[in-house]
Design a protein around this ligand. Sequence first.
Ligand code: AHR
Length: 673
Amino acid sequence: MIKNLTVALLLTGALTATAQTEPIRIDLGQKGAVVSPNLYGIFFEEISHAGDGGLYAELTQNRGFEEHVLPSGMTYKEGKAYAPDAMNYEHRNHRNWNIPWNLEAKKMTGWKVVGEKATVTGEVVEAKTPLHKNTPHAMQLDIKKVQKGGKAVLINTGYWGIGLKAGEQYDLRFYVKSSNYKGTITARLQDGGTGASLGTATFNSRQLKDWTELTGTLTAEGTTAQGELSLEFDQNGTVFVDYVSLFPQATFKGRKNGQRADVAQMLVDLHPKFMRWPGGCIVEGATYENRVKWKETLGDPMTRRGEWDVWGYRATWGMGYHEFLQFCEDLQMDAMFVNNAGMSCSVRNGDFVSSDADMDAVVQDFRDAIDYALADPANNRWAKMRAEAGHPKPFPLKYVEIGNENVGPEYVTHFNYIFKKLQAEYPQIIFINTLGHTDRLLAQIPGNYMVDPHWYRDPNFFFANNHLFDEAPRTHDIYVGEYACNGRVGAGNLLAAISEAAFIMGMERNSDVVKMSSYAPLFENENRRDWPCNLIHINSTEVYGRASYYVQQMAAENRPTYNIYVSEPTTGDPKTTRYFCQTGYDEQTGELIIKVVNGTDQPYNRSFTIDGANNVMPTGKIITLNGDANDENTFEQPTKLAPRTTLYGKFGKQFGYQFPPMSFTIMRIKVEI
Ligand code: AHR
């Protein structure tokens, strides 16, 4: 919701002096394009710990001890992981793609082993009898010389601290195996800063010869952002531990294996109409084998193997395809699934498949995903799995994108192959062609599908391209799937957000062709930034939106039903001026909506003439986001930049207003037409 609602007449902004230029003329009698109800959605990718350590509510990191496992299909040699030697589909060369791989350091990600009046070694090993075939590794603790009152402690430090709240309950699940351990196992929540114990659960020694699941509930006796979970062993022995999971009971909507409630609420407050999953580059993978394989994201999270993702860490896929679809349903938004088109990222290895058999397998993988979401469990095995996972009814899958940021003739061949088959079989699905980083708005392939261009640029680009879509061909509907002002704007300052507002107004004006958009990336954990600017910042206990977040929210909350004529969408030369105006009418509320960007460091005085209305009510709302260009929100000042809503009493068929420097302003004025 808009912050800081001030119910008072705001007179200070009223323009008393005569405006220096002609009034901007708005004509309610001249209708423009209907504004797509689906214009504003969200893009999710596992990047910067957006999921693990972000939206996904799991509190332990590297819960299955699989973090060090090589990306699928890659081989290890002398500190590096190597992709298979293959032809790059775009560059037609062999890139010998590889990355540094510090096997030993990765193994202990998230974990510490400590002996207190005891000697203990902890090593991540490949278990002789694994807990599950998909997750072969486990922690082996060799515990010796435990003195009276001593213990061996296995500690998980979470994603840069486990956030714990006094009085809240946490579900613990872990597995243990030992042929000789006869002691007690104590699970403890503790404050990693002070060492204070914040709650325990004790598991008495019993038959642990085979893998044994231990579960319990811990109630936090204090609040901390630096929490830890420890498993304590008070006798000598060799103990194997695997899949240590800790979840708050208070997830979003109380879902098991669900999302963090405060983080999910940030998305609710954006009013998104759709959500894209799972990316982004990770759809492509560094190699084809490394792509996101949605089938491996289903089932008991303990059985999910996870995968190293191109952003440099292993995704657990705890928030998998099913959880994504469920989340879409929970937020009443449409689901957009993006699947690999038979080719990996050409900036990385770029290997690809091309035989008919391989391409048919790619098509079948799309089919199975669509069926998982939509088919009847009575006659489809994937839909049956959905029902067995607790959701017999279909999920709201509406869009399927074929590949991500793939380019060139090879992609054209793949897209055609996949699209033609699927379009005939699934007429209810809207398919999307990935254009990627391009200023070409038209895909060179005939057919009825949407196109998805991406832009990550500096403020000048976004200001200068308010008119980009005015000239776009109207042959394909456009989904601007990724865009963000992320060049020379710090971690995302107000200038970035204001330039995005100008760009968004251009999308809205051209919503006859721009039907959908999503800012990207969506999240970052403050301890891990894989991309320069991200919409929402998270740590173990807090979350805040950048100024760009509020621009998204303002746009979504003030989406008109249709556009109306405005004489000056841009004031002056669109390449250099930074004044923009966009107008529309909200049929539900009977309001004229005027959006104005002032992207300069000076106040902007303008007068307006409203034609085509029988009556214009004097009192209306003004929503303003403004500040210094370089300002950014932070954990210390999370809403330094946030919109303020005020009442304004001087609207009329003619009125003037002074727009503050560096501002995005929305006026809502009741009119009779
Ligand atoms: O959003 C970050 C990355 O930018 C995405 O993974 C990719 O699609 C784009 O290049």
